[in-house]
Design a protein around this ligand. Structure first.
Ligand code: HDD
Length: 756
């Protein structure tokens, strides 16, 4: 059997392009003799070409194919069905070490979930440097164009538990571990470039406010409740972040379609010791796209794993998610040239003021083998840096530097969490740290101290020229004080900048989000405080929201919030600065990339007697351009076309909804149309189409589908709409493809929903 396995392996390696064909053929031939999973493992081998981190993980990876069941001590088990008893109807014996081992391990399978960012998904990949950044940083992985560094990326929501829905309105984490030759570098980023608070001392308060309320643990994965808005309405510094959080950025279409931001200003330090302030950016090659809030709510019911599944499937299909990676760079001497403080994490540097310099591509190309071992056990920390990258005095970052190691101790249970395979650096670790729970490294010799003579002085400290890390020698002089800098006290200018940069439909979504969230607030005083805060950002916005909440906008006499105890709040608050730019195009998703249908999911509504030629032809066109077609039929049974082709549907109309797709094709065919309008299916198919229409998706009606079309909201509203394509033909196909690429016809939303 194993000889057979090796032969197959060699064959597969040499005839890569024919792998799939060969696979189908061989599974049929060898089904009897070789277990299917041996063949599968060989042919569906994960993409791990030239990835030293993946190679390292292989040492710890096991494969049960063809193996016998054993205990954890390696003893072969001959009966895994029955415990050891005093008789076949007698009590179980304490002696049953196999039962005890199995149950004990099971009893301890869970570890504490992350206090924030508990719900997440991850993947392996590679960062490829396209341009040397040597001028700015001595980090080796950023020095030589063409260099490839293995990475593991974990995306997450913040507030929900491990089992919560992916589609919560929330910030998304975007944490990247670069396994560099100089050690691990972690960029623990988010999909929003600013944060709620300016100082880490407020983090526990923020998290307690947003998490489920402690008396009844309600609500799960939602900010729409009293304690969150109570806190926010008292924290003017959070207003910029709130604008982002209430925008559609907080409900991404896919992890693959979100930006990533390092948030804080970090430092690049070059080999001459010169330092530069940098802000990290990741820009998805597929553009930045979101779903609408009513969709998000429904997706949470149909597929709470929507983002996790999307990431997994895209990688399995070989549509590898990609981001351009870059930085905004500001030389140290220009630190004070801006109208905000670089150390304030509630501020962005508008891209129109300092453009993003792209220097490489991040590609995710391999799903993990085991969720727990990799995605759950990975431990990120903004303090994992390499020479050439350094911190700033941003008080939020400074607090993070303490929090992340600390949390791993309670989550992973031991200071040896760096030895868990996914956390190991690809260069070897040498130091005098010893022992502790679950120690794995076997350190030779007598010496575990330094200086020493017995061990020949090893391990030696590294000189800077040999890659030894030395902190950037920032000059500091000051008086110890527990206070906030006055340069941090402008909480509204950039909130305004964000709001004013949004397109009309984005502004409307944002207003609706605020109304949704604040409607769930049960205490009128909190709603009132909140709309009064909004009034500092945009008077019309405040009025609109207030009018739906039954509260009045009050001009705050004395702004609430965290300000130095001895400062006059009024004077600080009113110190609003004139922003350098009033509108930033980069802040609106309306201006994002819309040129590809790659990985877009298109539902084909097929029923008995459908036009199979048109299905095959359009399917080919869409798939050629990277689109993903899934067939939806009245029932989950094979469906025959008019020319005899039979398709097995992916879904039945009752098991999915159009919110799970980007576009809909109502397949040509008189017979199939008749089938769909039968009483059993008519409401289902109409709901499917009408909902896609409301959410501004591309919809294509093939030939002879009038009987369906005439009953949809589209017909009754008789709109001229570029994203609804009637009757199949060549230009129809092309129009459909363009409409899918443009993501949504958001501009027609009001019209489509019958609003003025
Ligand atoms: Fe944090 C996790 C991102 C502020 C304390 N954070 C965590 C993760 C991301 C971020 C992406 C998930 C990592 C993973 O996938 O394992 N956090 C941010 C960003 C922040 C930020 C972009 C602001 C700019 N965080 C922040 C502060 C503190 C923390 C101010 C504490 C003072 N964060 C944590 C934590 C977590 C965490 C409690 C929970 C799990 C973990 O670290 O490993 O330590």
């Amino acid at each position: 059997m194993y000889v057979m396995g090796s032969i197959l392996h060699v064959l597969a390696e040499h005839f890569y392009s024919a792998k799939i064909l060969l696979y189908t053929y061989l599974t049929e031939i060898f089904q009897a003799g070789v277990p299917l999973n041996i063949i599968t493992n060989i042919f569906m081998k994960k993409n791990n070409v030239n990835n030293p981190k993946v190679d390292q993980l292989q040492q710890y990876t096991t494969d049960n194919s063809g193996e016998k069941l054993t205990t954890n001590q390696g003893l072969k088990i001959n009966n895994n069905q029955d415990s050891l008893k005093s008789d076949d109807r007698g009590a179980t014996l304490l002696e049953d070490f196999i039962l005890r081992e199995k149950i004990t391990h099971f009893d301890h399978e869970r570890i504490p979930e992350r206090i924030v960012h508990a719900r997440g998904s991850g993947a392996h990949g590679v960062f490829r440097l396209s341009k040397s950044m040597e001028k700015y940083t001595k980090a080796k992985f950023l020095s030589e164009a063409g260099k490839e560094t293995p990475v593991f990326v974990r995306f997450s929501t913040v507030a929900g538990s491990r089992g919560s829905t992916d589609l919560a309105r929330d910030v998304r984490g975007f944490a990247i571990k670069f396994y560099t030759e100089e050690g691990n570098y972690d960029l623990v980023a988010n999909n929003i470039p600013v944060f709620f608070i300016q100082d880490a001392i407020k983090f526990p308060d923020l998290v307690h406010a947003v998490k489920p309320e402690p008396d009844h643990e309600i609500p799960q994965a939602s900010s729409a409740h009293d304690t969150f808005w109570d806190f926010i309405s008292l924290m003017p510094e959070s207003m910029h972040m709130i604008m982002w959080l209430m925008s559609d950025r907080a409900i991404p279409r896919s992890y693959r379609m979100m930006e990533g931001f390092g948030v804080h200003s970090f430092r690049f330090v070059n080999s001459e010791g010169a330092a530069f302030f940098v802000k990290f950016h990741l820009k998805p090659k597929l553009g930045v796209h979101s779903v609408a809030w009513p969709e998000a709510q429904k997706i949470s019911g149909f597929d709470p794993d929507f983002h996790r599944r999307d990431l997994w499937e895209a990688i399995e299909k070989g549509t590898f998610p990609e981001w351009d990676f870059g930085v905004q760079i500001v030389p140290e001497e220009n630190e004070f040239d801006f109208d905000f403080d670089f150390l304030d994490p509630t501020k962005i540097i508008p891209e129109e003021v300092v453009p993003v310099e792209i220097f490489g591509t991040l590609t995710l190309n391999r799903n993990p083998d085991n969720f727990f071992a990799e995605t759950e056990q990975i431990a990120f920390h903004p303090g994992h840096i390499v020479p050439g990258i350094d911190f700033t005095n941003d008080p939020l970052l400074q607090g993070r530097l303490f929090s992340y190691t600390d949390t791993q101790l309670s989550r992973l249970g031991s200071p040896n969490f760096h030895e868990i395979p996914i956390n190991r650096s690809i260069n070897t670790v040498h130091n005098n740290q010893r022992d502790g729970h679950m120690r794995q490294q076997i350190a030779k010799g007598k010496v575990s101290y330094e200086p020493n003579s017995i061990g020949g002085g090893c391990p030696f400290q590294a000189m800077m020229k040999d890659g030894g890390f030395a902190s950037y020698g920032e000059k500091i002089s000051g008086t110890k004080i527990r206070a906030r800098s006055e340069s941090f006290v402008d909480h509204y200018s950039q909130a305004k900048l964000f709001y004013n940069s949004q397109s009309e439909y984005e502004k409307e979504h944002l207003q609706k989000a605020l109304i949704f969230e604040l409607t769930k607030v049960t205490i009128p005083a909190i709603r009132e405080r909140m709309v009064s805060q909004l009034n500092f950002i945009d008077k019309e916005l405040a009025q609109k929201v207030a009018s739906k909440l039954g509260v009045e906008v009050k001009i705050l006499e004395k702004p609430n919030g965290s300000i130095p105890a001895d400062a006059d709040p009024q004077s600080l608050q009113s110190e609003e600065r004139e922003p350098e730019t009033k509108v930033s195009e980069a802040l609106s998703m309306a201006n994002t990339i819309k040129d590809s249908i790659k990985s877009r999911k298109i539902a084909f509504l097929i029923a008995e007697g459908f036009d199979d030629e048109s299905v095959s032809s359009l399917m080919n066109k869409l798939e050629e351009q990277g689109g993903v077609v899934e067939l939806v039929a009245p029932e989950m049974i094979p469906v025959k076309g008019e020319n005899g082709t039979t398709f097995m549907p992916h879904h039945s109309i009752t098991s999915t909804a159009s919110v799970c797709f980007d576009a809909v094709y109502v397949v040509s065919g008189e017979n199939s149309t008749h089938h769909w309008v039968q009483p059993d299916y008519k409401n289902g198919v109409l709901d499917f189409i009408n909902e896609a229409y409301r959410h501004c998706k591309a919809i294509y009606f093939g030939n002879h589908t009038e009987l369906i079309y005439d009953h949809t909201d589209i017909y009754t509203k008789k709109h001229e709409d570029y994203a609804v394509i009637l009757e199949e033909n060549n230009s129809g196909d092309q129009n459909f493809i363009s409409a899918i690429a443009s993501h949504r016809a958001w501009k027609l939303e009001k019209q489509r929903n019958g609003m003025k």
